[in-house]
Write a protein that binds this ligand. Sequence first.
Ligand SMILES: *Cc1c(COP(=O)(O)O)cnc(C)c1O
Length: 402
Amino acid sequence: MIWYPYQQMKTMKEPYKIVDAEGVYLYTEDGHKLVDSIASWWCMIHGYKFSCLNKVIKEQVDNFSHIMLGGLTHDPVQKLAEKLRQLLPGDLDYCFFSDSGSVAVEVSLKMALQYYMNRGETQRTMVMSLTHSYHGDTFKAMEVGDDEDYHFVLNAYGKSPNVVHVPTEIPALEEAFEKYHDKLNCFIVEPLLQGAGGMRMYDISFLKRARELCDKYDVLLIFDEVATGFGRTGNRFVADLVLPDIIVLGKALTGGYIGHAVTVANHKVYNGFYDDNPEHALMHGPTFMGNPLACRVALKSIEVFERENYMALVYNIEETMRYAMEGYSHPLIKEVRIMGACICIEVYDPEVLNGYQEFAYERGVFARPFLNYLYAMVPYIIEEKELMLILDTMKAWFETKV
Ligand SMILES: *Cc1c(COP(=O)(O)O)cnc(C)c1O
């Protein structure tokens, strides 16, 4: 039996069974063809069955599928690290690979803590993060996050004394730094777009101020770009606008083909570990880190992302969404938000979205609204008519609710 994610198994409706997928389309067992409006949890930027990714992965299988990085190395991981070094801004040069976004976040938090422990600054045990933040499902990631789904953890352990949450408002940020700076090792954020916390969008000025305060108080700035990396916000990386000390990438890193992630540190962080003391080594090492299949597919994905100018695709998606939603309002809708290749319609009452998934299914769209949020995070290769189908389906739903 499969235990499905985020589901009350007792009341869960049957999931749609997918038998084939190509481009933006999912094909169901009962003969429906659905535009995947959320790109399989935001990662399938090239769509499904993308021939050049299929090709490299098959090639690599015939060479070797996996080799650990403990005492061994290989070409695909070396090439990917070098590619990321070139691709990422500033001196974000040191790549620590892992198998999922949550683990890569754990690694970044461990790096930040150990960076200060290695320097003997043992009072720096606290992490600052955003209200409504989501950083993954593992324990430290849950603690640093602020997702209501995990409140059973709060009930079990009480609020962590090692985490402080701030809203995305500069005065609150300044106040929190004033109060906690000598205990903080890092400030971790989902930059510009908070995904699982409700597709919340905020201004770059907040991150610019955060960078200044982190510099002033010598606190590490971590960007969790697991969701925002590779173009989602309309920027290649938000790190192109404000440079963090550590960036975490996942989801679209492999074009959605295989779970893989990376935590990339700058020289300052790396040098905090680099000395003659073996106890100052970073103590982490997932079995499947730097998996060659994942590295090959990531390299090819990045090559296509650059060569085919995917940022232009993202701009076109944003333009189309803005044009289609211009002046659109409905009494049940609180706000329509658009950023890059992401749109979110927030409603006042979550009940309003009950039944939307089936409604969209009948019209040829796969959607998965949650809480008060009806959203789309489309594959970048989507065509205008397919995007319009998603947006028209959203509007049609509200027309049934007059
Ligand atoms: C999805 C996500 C994660 C977790 O990644 P997994 O690969 O699901 O473990 C972490 N941070 C952010 C911002 C995410 O969107």
